[in-house]
Design a protein around this ligand. Structure first.
Ligand SMILES: Cc1ncc(COP(=O)(O)O)c(C=O)c1O
Length: 365
C-alpha cells in the first residue's frame, strides 16, 4: 500500500501526476452511457491510463474490452487477466508476432493490420501454433496515417480471409483528423460522420464480395459525438476522454471541469522574475505539441495561472503566472494525456486534495 494515502497533495514528491477521482468516475460513466444510448459497444483505448485500475473501472461500467497500441500494453492487460483486447496496430516484426501469439493463448485478441504483408508472418505463426487470431483491417478514412485506401480494402480483405491462422473479423479506423479540424463543432461533426460513412460503405463492399464483417469500429475522443452516430458502426474506441487534456479542452471536446489529469509541480527558482522556474520539464510534461499553436508544454490551472512555455529535461519555464514563491505548489494540465501517462511510473488518485490511491502505470516502453 502506498505511503502517501491520506497525505495532502502538498506532501507529495513533485513532479507527480494527479487524477481527480470524481471526474474520472464521471467520465467513465458518462462515456459508457453515451455508447449505450447510441447502441454501440465501447472498447476504450487503454493507452491513456495504462493502469489496471482504470481498465477495471471501464469494464465494470460496461466496456466490452480494451484497445491497445503496443506489445507492452497488450502483455500488461493480458497479464492482469483482462478478457478482450484489440491491438489496433500492424503486427509487424518478430517481437510483435511472438507477443500476439502469447497474448492470444491467454485471452481474446484482435490485431489491426492494414496490408497482407503486415499480417502474413503472424498468420503463419498462429497456424503453426494451432490457434486462430481475429483480424480487423484498418481503413484510412482521412487521417493519413496507417490504413489501407478504401478502394483497395475489398482486395486486401479477400486475401486476409483466405489466410490460415487468422479470422477476418472486421474493419476499423482512427478518425484523428476530426481533432485536427479544431474548434469548429459543425466541421468536426461533418468530418466524423463522413469518415464513419466511408468506413461503413467499405464494410458493405467487403460483405458484397462475400467476406463477413462483424465489427465496424471507430475510435477517438474528438470524434465520439459524430462517428458512432452513423448506422452500421458497431463499436467506439475513445481513449483520451477518460482523463481529458488541454488539447481536447482547447477545441471544446472536453469541458475544463471534465479534465481529470494534472501534473503537480513546485516552483524551484524565481531568480528571474519571469519566467518562474518549476520542476516539471519535458520529462514530466512530455513534449507533445499544443493545439493552442503557441508551443506551450502545459497550462497552469491552479491560482497563479500562466503557461509552461518551454521545458528542459527537469526544468519548466512558466510565463504569465502571478504571486509565486520558491516552494509553492502548482497544478498543470498537460497538452496530451496519453503521452503524459507514458512518462510516469505512477499516478495519484486524489479527492479534495487528499491522496486516495497510488496506481502503477503499466506497459511503458
Ligand atoms: C487506433 C486508435 N484508436 C483509438 C484512439 C483513441 O483516440 P483518442 O485518444 O483521441 O480518444 C487512438 C488514438 O490515437 C488510436 O490511435
Amino acid at each position: 500500500m502506498s505511503q502517501y494515502i491520506g497525505s495532502t497533495i502538498n506532501e507529495l514528491p513533485s513532479p507527480a501526476v494527479l487524477i481527480e477521482q470524481e471526474v474520472l468516475h464521471r467520465n467513465i460513466d458518462e462515456m459508457a452511457a453515451h455508447a449505450n444510448r447510441l447502441g454501440v459497444a465501447l472498447r476504450p483505448h487503454w493507452k491513456t491510463s495504462k493502469t489496471n485500475e482504470v481498465a477495471k473501472l471501464q469494464l465494470a461500467a460496461g466496456a466490452i474490452g480494451h484497445t491497445v497500441a503496443t506489445a507492452e500494453e497488450a502483455l500488461a492487460l493480458a497479464g492482469a487477466g483482462h478478457p478482450d483486447i484489440f491491438w489496433a496496430y500492424p503486427p509487424v516484426g518478430p517481437h510483435r508476432v511472438q507477443t500476439a501469439i502469447e497474448v492470444a493463448k491467454r485471452t481474446r485478441l484482435i490485431v489491426g493490420p492494414d496490408s497482407i504483408e503486415s499480417l502474413r508472418p503472424l498468420a503463419t505463426s498462429a497456424a503453426a501454433a494451432g490457434i486462430e487470431i481475429d483480424v480487423r483491417l484498418e481503413i484510412d478514412t482521412g487521417v493519413r496515417r496507417t490504413g489501407v485506401h478504401p478502394d483497395q480494402a475489398v482486395q486486401v480483405a479477400l486475401e486476409m480471409s483466405a489466410l490460415a491462422g487468422v479470422r477476418f473479423e472486421g474493419v476499423f479506423m482512427h478518425e484523428g483528423h476530426v481533432q485536427g479540424v479544431g474548434a469548429d463543432p459543425e466541421l468536426r461533426q461533418r468530418t466524423g460522420e463522413a469518415a464513419a460513412r466511408l468506413l461503413v460503405e467499405t464494410a458493405e463492399a467487403i460483405r458484397a464480395a462475400g467476406v463477413e464483417v462483424e465489427s465496424v469500429s471507430v475510435g477517438s475522443t474528438a470524434g465520439v459525438r459524430s462517428a458512432p452516430l452513423i448506422r452500421g458502426v458497431t463499436e467506439a474506441r475513445p481513449g483520451t476522454y477518460v482523463y481529458g487534456d488541454e488539447n481536447q479542452v482547447s477545441i471544446g471536446t472536453v469541458a475544463p471541469e471534465d479534465a481529470a489529469m494534472t501534473v503537480l509541480s513546485r516552483v524551484i527558482s524565481v531568480e528571474r522574475a519571469q519566467p518562474v522556474l518549476i520542476d516539471a520539464g519535458i520529462k514530466a510534461m512530455s513534449s507533445d505539441g499544443s493545439m493552442h499553436g503557441d508551443g506551450r508544454i502545459g497550462t497552469v490551472v491552479s491560482a497563479s495561472g500562466g503557461i509552461v512555455s518551454m521545458g528542459h529535461e527537469e526544468h519548466g519555464f512558466l510565463h504569465g503566472s502571478e504571486g509565486l514563491s520558491v516552494g509553492d505548489v502548482i497544478r498543470i494540465r498537460p497538452n496530451h494525456a496519453c503521452g503524459l501517462s507514458n512518462m510516469h511510473s505512477r499516478v495519484f488518485l486524489v479527492h479534495n486534495e487528499v491522496v486516495v490511491a497510488e496506481w502503477p502505470v503499466l506497459g511503458r516502453h
